[in-house]
Design a protein around this ligand. Structure first.
Ligand code: CA
Ligand code: CA
Ligand code: CA
Length: 141
């Protein structure tokens, strides 16, 4: 039983943001398909992450930090949790702020995991396989 608790984290990486995305990891990928051609490229995934970044940068100082969540914390504690995880994941120099540069360079372990043949795109078959695997792991827990 115990090994099933460890498996999903081992599969998707151990960062808190990824742990959160385990709830619906396929959706985060599928939503990134900006041109709707059914495949998600690295650029599309990166762009969708940058879009989330822009939304999170509430005070528009070009970096996402806890300062941006002060008001959010009152009515969306769940969102704050997600953003904190995102910061922890991408804050390369550990100053508590994630700049656009840092988010652009942050690793994308979930994308890499889904891109089974490593051609830089997650196609429909890969996305389906990724979703199936995630659902299976959810069931096992
Ligand atoms: Ca696409
Ligand atoms: Ca930083
Ligand atoms: Ca691929």
């Amino acid at each position: 039983m115990k090994k099933f608790l460890i498996l999903p984290i081992a599969l998707l990486g151990s960062s808190p943001a990824l742990a959160q995305m385990q709830r619906d990891p396929g959706a985060a990928l599928a939503n990134a398909d900006a041109n709707g051609d059914g495949a998600i490229t690295r650029a599309e995934f990166q762009q969708s992450r940058a879009a989330r970044f822009d939304k999170a940068d509430r005070n528009h100082d070009g970096a996402v930090s806890r300062d941006d969540f002060k008001r959010l914390a009152r009515f969306r504690p769940d969102a704050v949790e997600r953003l904190s995880a995102l910061i922890a994941e991408a804050d390369a120099n550990g100053d508590g702020r994630v700049t656009r540069d840092e988010i652009g360079k942050a690793p994308m372990p979930m994308f890499d995991r889904a891109d089974a043949n490593q051609d830089g795109r997650v196609d429909q078959a890969e996305l389906a396989a990724f979703k199936a695997k995630a659902a299976e792991l959810r069931k096992q827990r």
